[in-house]
Design a protein around this ligand. Structure first.
Ligand code: SAM
Length: 296
């Protein structure tokens, strides 16, 4: 059995979406990918969460990109998720061709229909490399792969991003960190998430260190920013969004954690309620990291 298959053996469901085979498992009502290490669900509920998270990050950063782009002609979004970011970039840069790459196509018909004409989805597994020629893109972007890339594959993926970027073009990575010290229940939920990821070789705490993978490519200088998103009842609208998003991430892996025997439904639900209160009453900022470098 491949190393990323976990827990009890389940019959995978093979579905055909846009002519491509998608293998997934249903675990307690949520749909998970079966053929990659990625631990978050891949279903309509997750589409909503990812879009919501995109709006939260755009609101927090006040932009969709930080690298000093001028007139990009070709943009790649690695692991584009719902494609929301990539489609907005296609609108921002109408002269650019924007490609969103992901292991599975977008989840809804609505998403496929509402595509700018300069946006294209390409299916691909980034762990097998990027199926583009060297120096194809002016800007290569990847966001929130902390729950998808095994620690020992990060450097390979970042090297691939550099390879497909043109000299003078930019590579940008955006990752989040965990929220530490919010309270005992919150810490326990984080810990289960860390353990779940560890079983697939994923280091869920990698966010603050992804900048090192850019340094390792030899590109200089590497620019890096930390963005703190407020949390807690006094943090305003952004904090409310952060609370909704973080708690939804916990909820999305509830069944997975239970199926692995890391917790029970009753224990999870009790700690979940407590963790929500801890986050609401606290004010620990949620760090995100944006780093970018120019290809020479
Ligand atoms: C947390 S989502 C982030 C999506 C998007 N980058 C965003 O910021 O909204 C992670 C995405 O990575 C994709 N993914 C996971 N493993 C992958 C792989 N090996 N190759 C390509 N995409 C992958 C998932 O399908 C999912 O869409």
């Amino acid at each position: 059995m491949p190393w990323w298959r976990l827990g009890r053996r389940r019959q995978p469901v093979v579905e055909n979406t846009s002519g491509r085979a998608v293998v997934h498992h249903i675990i307690r009502g949520r749909r998970f990918l079966a053929n990659v290490p990625y631990v978050l669900p891949k279903d309509l509920q997750e589409v909503s969460r990812l879009d919501f998270q995109h709006y939260m990050l755009r609101y927090a950063l006040r932009t969709n990109y930080v690298a000093p782009l001028e007139h990009p002609q070709a943009i790649l979004d690695v692991a584009c998720g719902t494609g929301r970011w990539a489609k907005e970039m296609a609108q921002t840069f109408p002269a650019a061709n924007v490609i969103g790459l992901d292991i599975t196509p977008h989840a809804t018909d609505e998403q496929q229909a509402a595509q700018p004409s300069n946006y294209l989805f390409v299916q691909g597994n980034v762990l097998e490399g990027l199926s583009f020629a060297d120096a194809t893109f002016d800007y290569t972007h990847m966001r929130l792969m902390m729950a998808a890339l095994p620690l020992d594959r990060w450097q390979f993926v970042v090297n691939e991003m550099v390879r497909v970027t043109r000299p003078g073009g930019w590579i940008e990575l955006v990752e989040g960190d965990l929220l530490y010290g919010v309270g005992p229940a919150f810490d326990q939920l984080n810990q289960w998430g860390i353990e779940l990821c560890k079983k697939r070789g994923i280091d869920l705490t990698i966010g603050p260190r992804v900048v090192n993978f850019l340094h390792e490519t030899g590109l200089e200088p590497v620019y890096s920013h930390r963005v703190l998103i407020p949390t807690g009842k006094h943090g305003g609208r952004l904090a409310m969004m952060a609370e909704t998003d973080y708690m939804a991430i916990f909820a999305s892996v509830r069944g997975f954690l239970v199926s692995l025997g890391l917790t029970t439904e009753a224990e999870f639900d009790r700690l979940y309620q407590q963790a929500q209160r801890e986050m609401h009453e606290g004010q620990t900022p949620w760090p995100f990291y944006v780093c970018y470098a120019q290809r020479r």
